[in-house]
Structures are given as C-alpha cells and as structure tokens.
Ligand binder design. Structure first.
Ligand code: HT7
Ligand code: ZN
Length: 873
C-alpha cells in the first residue's frame, strides 16, 4: 500500500454535478449503470485526464455524452478508470457500466448479499467496489437511484433520500426510484434490497413537518425494534432542543443486518445497523445492550448534521465528524441517564482502550497526517480522544460560547466538506480566543502526563500548586510542544467544605478551570484559610495521566465530600490502585490495605449515593487496567492472582454490606430498561460477584441463574458460574441450559461464546478451539468471530497470554485465515496485540514471533500488513 499524505491534498480537476445510478440486482451478477455529469473546475488544467477510483472492478461499458468511447481514449484496471483526451464539451456526461458479484463480496465493503439481503457499506472507500467514481469525501452531488430486482425475493427496494415511485418491471421484477436532494459524498450512499419486516412511527419536527420513521428487521424480530425506535425519537427531539438541528427529509430509515463490519453507518436517510445495536427485549438484551443501542442510534442520527450536512474534506479530517458526533452522543446519554455515571463509564472506556493505543506502536494524532489504509484509522483515538478534544473546547469556552460556535459552524459550513481548521476557526471567531496552542491536541499523539505537587503556607495563607506537563514520544513524533490543558480544579477544607481563593496568580483560573499552558507552571491560590485538599481534573476535564501524590486520608476525604461524583469515583480508584499494583507482584499472598477497603465499603453502603455510582465504585480496576498502570514487564497470571486475592479480601470484609445489597437492591414490577432500574441491577449483581468470592460456592449464583427474569441478571449469574467455578457441574449445566434456551437467537449465542472465551486461565484456549468446531460458530459472521476470538484476544489476558505462547500462535493462525475473507475484521483483531512490548520477556518473545509469522505471510491484505508492520516497529 501507498502512503497517503495530508500535505498532498488537492481539489479535483472536475466537479461532479449529479449522479444517476441504475442497479439491476442479481445475487452474482449485478449490473450497475452510473451516469455522471461533470464540468471542469475553473482554473484547472484543461489537458488533465479524468481519473476515477475502482477496487476489484471490471469495466463493461463506457459512453461519453451517450456515445461509446474508443478503447484508446481510456484505460481501465481493477483499481482505476482513466479517461484521456476528453472532448471539449463541458459539462459532459459519462456513462459507466460495471458488473459486480454481491454474494462473493466477503469483505462486506461495497454491495454485498448475505442471508438473502442486499446491503451496502461505502465508508470509507467501498463505493469504488460498486462503480468507478471519484470516491473521496469532498466530491458531493445529488443522487438519483433506480433499483430493479426480482419482486418475490426483494419486495423491499431502498436507497437514500425521498421515494420517487415504483412499478412492475417485466416478468417477476419491479423497480423503485429514490432521489436524495442533499449533495452527498459517495461514502454516504446506501442501497438495501430484500424481504424484511418493519416497524413504523412518525416524528413531528420543530417546524411542524411530519417525518416517517421506519426500522427494518428480519421477519419475526419486529417486537425487538421498539426500544431503538424510542431512542430514535428521543435523539431527534434532543438534537432540536440542544443543538437546534432539525431533520431534513420526509423519511428516516434504519435497516438492521446481521453481517456488518462495525456498529452502524450513517448513510443519508438510510442508516444501516449491525442488528446487535437495534434489537432488544428484556429476555435477550442486557442493560448494557440497551445503553449501547440508545447511544449508537443517537450517534448515527446525529451524523445527519455532523457528518452528512457538513462532511470531511478528506479522510485525515475523520475526527471532524467522528469526534464531534461521539461528543454529541455522550452528551445525549448524559442527559438521558446519570451524567456522573456516564462520565465514569466514558473515562473507563477511554483509559482501557485509547490510552493503550496512545501509548503503544499504533499511536497517532487525533488528526493523522499519513495513512496506508484508511480503514485502520477508525480508531479510539479518532473517536474517543476526538470527542474529549471537543469536550475541552466546550470547557474552555463555556457552554454558551460553545453553543454559539456550533451555531456558526452549522451556518457557515452547511453543504460543505471541511477541515479541522474550519471547525476550530468557528470557536475562535465567537470567543475571540486564540486556539492555536489548543489545536496541538489534534496534532500531537500521546497522552500528556501532568505531575502535580502542592504546598501550603499557613502564614501567607497561600497554596502553591506546581504543575508540569510531559508528552511522551510516539511513532514519528519525538519533540512535543506544551499543550493547553484545561484542568477543572477545586480545593476542599478538612471538614469537606469547598474553599474559594480570593485570587489566583501564576496561571489563568476562571470558572474553576485552571489553564496549564507552559511546560511547568505554579499557580498560587490566595486567602486559603487552612491546608486544602486538592481535586484536580474533576469530571476528567482533560484526557491526561495525572501524577499527584495524595495521602490516603486526602483521597478518602475527596471520596466522601467531592461535589463532583466523577472525582469521588476517581479518588476511590486512586485509593485502590496501590494495593492492586502491589498485589500484581505478590500474587496469591497479596493483602488489601484498610485505607482503601473502608472508604470503598462506606460508599457501597451509602444509600444517599446512586446505585449505579456505587456499582462503578465497586468494580475495581480490571486486570488490563492494572497492566497498563504497571507499564512493563507484565505477567498476566500474577496480575490475575493478585487481583483475585484482593477481591476475596474486600468480599470478606464487606460480606454484610454485600448481603444487604443483594437482598434490597431489587426492582419492583416488570422489567424496564431505564437507567435507574439498571443501576439497581448493576449494584445487586456486583454484590453477587463479591458474595461469590466470600462464599466460594456456586450455589448463590446458581439460584440467581434459576431466578433471573431478564438477560442482565441471567448473564451475570452465568458469568459468575463460568468464571469463578468453571469446573463445577453448576457451570456446565447453566451453559447448556442457556445455549438450548437461546439457540435460535444469534445475538444471545454471541454472549454464550463470549462468556466462555473470557474464563480466566490457560485452559480456556482449548475451550475456544473446541468452540470453533461447534456448529453454532459461523466463521463468516463478524459478530460471531468477535464474540469468540475477539473477546478472547482483547479481554482474556491469562488466556491469550498463556506462558507457553500457544495463545498468540492461535491468534496468528486465525488472523491469517480471516484476512483471506475479511481484511478489516482481521486487522481489527490484530490490534489486540498492540501492547505486546509491555509483557514480561518470555511472553513478549512469543508475541513477537507470532506477529512476525503474520508479517511473513505473502498473502496479506493492506489492512493487516499496515497494522502488523506498525505493531512490530
Ligand atoms: N461512520 C461509520 C464508520 C463505519 C465504517 C468504517 C469502515 C468500515 C466499515 C464501517 N462501518 C461504519 C460509523 C460511525 O462512526 O458512525
Ligand atoms: Zn460515527
């Protein structure tokens, strides 16, 4: 693969005015006729050829202004169509015919057919697998789409925009025509055809227009689409209320498909979803599933403005739409649920996924400047760190000015393909603030490390806080400049009351935000009556690592008194970490420090705190969190043993608290997926986990499994049985019962595979290998592959990282096998090895050999080659 550089960006020589597509659908020979109207860009070189992108295409016909072109006027290869010596006429029309095979398309990019359904995935570069096209996001045009297909098997023919009409079309066939008036890039094109069920609703927009809402699912699954519809309507209303954004077509459609490479896709007016993020009912979906559905439905809907109406100039700007849209979906979920609990979940996710990426060989800036394979840049850095950068703009400017900046962005750039500079400029213009230094957040990779130390002067009544920032070197970037880091900060007195300084010198401090802009800075807080306890980076105002030596007593004070509940959770975590890190060295003989157990149990028992918050506090840092904090020479078995020992001691010390929570945290009446009930279930189930440590017997979990009336409780009980008592008859029975009860529900069977893939210990590899032979394991289904192999690779450190290296060898074999069918899926699985250098030397060597084995294969996709080479670098 060739390296693409941001610095090489040039606009096209030809401007695309409109697109007319006709599809004659056939499972193996679909004919695509594309009529494109172009004119030459003013000032462009008139002798420039027209070069269109392709991918595995064959040209079946080419007309210029309706006349067949002579073979010497163009060159067609699978990857491109170059038209030379273009006749003078301007504008001109090109008619391109290609024949493609949707059933053979196992990459699931472009047009593919699985389970009898035709669907498309065009982002980022899938459209070029359908027809030759200027397949880049800055080429926008209105599209007309005609679809012709056999009627019996394809009663449904969908594309973007508004429905124009349809009719019979010869023997056994019919056609439908769609027109999307909003100019769009090709990556937002979609087509769906087949036989699906539907649920329908309507939404009346803020200006009083009625929009038809339709969610298409496999027949029989309609009752499981209701929650997604509810989430959609809430998203539409929220975007009007909070961002003033109204929907802009007569119809909004969602189609749920079971074979999909990612979560969902925001195609204009026709979102295509992995059915995992649409289908839910109490018997089959967990509370986490409901929360994910709500978030992803919202995310794709919000893209209608941040992504579709205003899109990216080039793929380097991916965070322009993704970071911003993640920020918007986070805000939506915070408003719909509990803001601090949502923030805790976001930060946990950021630290467990993005921090390792930023600290490893795959680190890249939020806006990269180079890529070989764009599919590999749909990363947690672009999405989640991109969202954090947007959040920091809101923090720096304040809510109202941020809103003005967003309004200006929508007004100034509607209908355009723009850059991060365009976005940031809107906030500079409304605030008068220079955001040049702040923009380093888009340019510099690596998680900044902020080191803090404080000293109180009782005579002068001043508190001096010294802060230093260091941004670690990352691939291709060694010298980093200091960044503008907004730290939400508050001071507390010994009695827990907040202290207000009369003034602050040495750093800008306004609205409780301290602006760290230099490499080293000392802020002095004046008129501080007593030694303060400092809370830094409240609400995780900046995505940094903080080194601040606070005493256990100070942390316990924050855990009790901070008004920001995120900061309370952070204090509890900071109290637990030293014990867990020490435990990772001591293994089975590890012992829990009272200074962390007491505040933790106090929070667990505190009925004035939300149950969901208490559940988050009790969920101790995971084994991968501990490995990340240790930073190197990691032995997954020792980390596991140490954490287990600490869990047992917390469980023993808190047995009464956990018993009480397990008895009292019941939810009355029928199951409802709301956040409050989910929080009660989370706390009750967390108590059950601890009780399984205190009691060392599967009977309580077995009883919970038998009594469960919803998937959250059932899965938790099953997980305890399988993970804590893997060799028990109770675990084996429960797994069998579960499988038999849900054998016809793919999404639940995914859970059955995952729960087994995450059983700790070296023996799990044999189980995974055996499960791959199970008739329920379907290699071609990405969800199934992720549920077994992905879950094993990403979330079972003692399994994948067993000391003899068999785990990594297994993964290498499977990645090569998957790569031959679906490179994107294979490349993503391979990113699970990104932290291999922090393993202890023996395991690191096994991992390196496995990576080298992949690298040496002569049949690698560009996707896997790119990841393996960067990982080994
Ligand atoms: N914008 C969507 C990205 C996406 C995608 C990218 C590459 C290959 C397959 C894909 N499916 C969806 C998803 C989103 O962020 O909303
Ligand atoms: Zn997105």
């Amino acid at each position: 693969g060739q390296v693409i550089n941001l610095a090489d960006y040039r606009p096209t020589d030809f401007v695309l005015e409109r697109v007319d597509l006709t599809f004659e659908l056939d499972p193996t020979e679909t004919k695509v006729e594309s009529r494109l109207i172009f004119h030459r860009r003013e000032g462009a070189d008139t002798s420039a050829p027209l070069v269109l992108d392709g991918d595995e295409l064959a040209l079946a016909g080419l007309l210029f202004d309706q006349i067949e072109m002579a073979p010497d006027q163009y060159t067609a290869t699978p990857e491109s169509l170059t038209v030379r010596d273009l006749p003078e006429s301007d504008p001109f029309e090109l008619t391109i015919t290609t024949i493609i095979n949707p059933e053979a398309n196992t990459k699931l990019m472009g047009l593919y057919r699985t389970g009898g359904i035709y669907s498309t995935q065009c982002e980022a570069e899938g459209f070029r697998r359908i027809t030759y096209f200027p397949d880049r996001p800055d080429v926008l045009a209105p599209y007309t789409v005609n679809i012709i297909a056999e009627k019996a098997t394809n009663p449904l023919l969908l594309s973007n925009g508004n429905f124009l009409g349809g009719a019979g079309y010869g023997e056994g066939k019919h056609f439908a025509a769609w027109f999307d008036p909003h100019p769009k890039p090709s990556y937002l094109f979609a087509l769906v055809a087949g036989d699906l069920g539907v649920i329908e609703d309507t939404f009346t927009t803020m200006s009083g227009r009625e929009v038809a809402l339709k969610i298409y699912v496999e027949h029989g699954k309609e009752p499981r689409a209701g929650y997604a519809m509810d989430a959609l309507k809430r998203s539409m209303k929220w975007d009007e209320d909070v961002f003033g954004r109204e929907y802009d077509l007569d119809i909004f459609m969602i189609v749920a498909v079971s074979d999909f490479n990612m979560g969902a896709m925001e195609n204009k007016g026709l979102n295509v979803f992995n059915d995992k993020y649409v289908l839910a009912d109490p018997e089959t979906a967990t509370d986490a599933d409901y929360a994910n559905i709500e978030a992803i439905i919202a995310h794709e809907y919000f893209h209608n403005w941040t992504g579709n109406r205003i899109t990216c100039r080039d793929w380097f700007q991916l965070c322009l739409k993704e970071g911003l849209t993640v920020y918007r979906d986070h805000e939506f979920s915070s408003d719909q649920r509990s803001r601090p609990v949502k923030r805790i979940a976001e930060v946990r996710h950021l630290k467990s996924e993005q921090f390792p990426e930023d600290g490893g060989p795959l680190a890249h800036p939020v806006r990269p400047t180079q890529y070989r394979e764009i599919n590999n840049f749909y990363t947690t850095t672009v999405y989640e760190k991109g969202s954090e950068v947007t959040r920091m703009i809101a923090t720096l400017l304040g809510k109202e000015t941020f809103k003005k900046g967003m309004d200006l962005y929508f007004e100034r750039h509607d209908g355009q393909a723009v850059t991060i500079e365009d976005f940031v400029k809107c906030f500079e213009d409304v605030s008068g603030r220079d955001l040049a230094q702040f923009s380093l957040w888009y340019q510099q990779a690596g998680t900044p490390l902020v080191t803090a130390s404080g000293s109180y002067d009782a005579t002068a009544k001043t508190f001096a806080l010294s802060l230093e920032q260091m941004i670690p070197a990352t691939p291709g970037q060694t010298d980093k400049k200091p960044m503008h880091i907004p730290l939400s900060l508050a001071l507390f007195a010994e009695d827990g009351a907040q202290l207000q300084p009369s003034s602050v010198t040495g750093a800008e401090y306004a609205g409780e935000i301290l602006h760290l802009t230099d490499r080293a800075q000392t802020a002095v807080f004046h008129c501080i009556a007593s030694r303060p306890v400092v809370s830094i980076n409240r609400s995780f105002s900046a995505p940094i690592k903080l080194h601040f030596d606070q005493t256990a007593a100070d942390l316990a004070l924050l855990a009790r008194n901070e008004t920001d509940h995120f900061a309370r959770w952070q204090a509890l975590t900071d109290l637990a970490l030293p014990t867990l890190l020490k435990a990772a060295r001591d293994g089975h003989s590890a012992s829990a420090d009272r200074t962390f157990v007491e505040p933790l149990l106090a929070a667990a028992a505190d009925d004035s705190l939300e149950p969901a918050f208490r559940a988050q506090a009790l969920a101790l840092p995971s084994e991968s969190d501990i490995a990340r904090e240790l930073g190197g020479n990691n032995d997954p078995d020792a980390i596991h043993a140490g954490r287990q020992a600490i869990m047992k001691q917390v469980a023993d010390a808190g047995r009464d608290v956990f018993l009480k929570l397990h008895e009292t945290m019941l939810t009355a009446g029928d199951f409802t997926p709301d956040a409050k009930s989910a929080g009660r279930r989370a706390l009750r189930n967390t108590a059950l986990v601890y009780l399984s440590y205190a009691e060392a017997s599967p009977s309580r979990a077995k009883a919970a499994f038998d009594a469960a009336n919803n998937m959250t409780d059932l899965m938790q009980a099953l997980t305890i049985l399988a993970h804590r008592f893997p060799d028990s008859a109770e675990a084996a029975d429960a797994l069998e019962t579960f499988r038999d009860r849900f054998a016809d529900n793919a999404l639940v069977i995914d859970k059955w595979f995952s729960v087994q893939a995450t059983i700790p210990g070296a023996k799990t590899l044999d189980r995974v290998v055996e499960l791959m032979e199970n008739p329920l394991f379907i290699r071609t289904n990405p969800n199934r592959v992720r549920s077994l192999i992905g879950t094993f690779a990403f979330t079972n450190p003692t399994g994948i990282g067993r000391a003899d290296g068999e785990g990594y060898r297994f993964l290498a074999r499977e990645i090569l096998d998957i790569d031959a069918r679906n490179p994107q899926l294979a490349a993503r699985l391979l990113t699970s090895m990104r932290s291999w250098r922090s393993l202890e030397p023996v395991r690191a060597e096994h991992a390196r050999k496995a990576l080298t084995e992949i690298q040496q294969s002569d049949k690698l996709s560009t996707d896997v080659r790119d990841i393996v080479e960067r990982t080994l670098q």
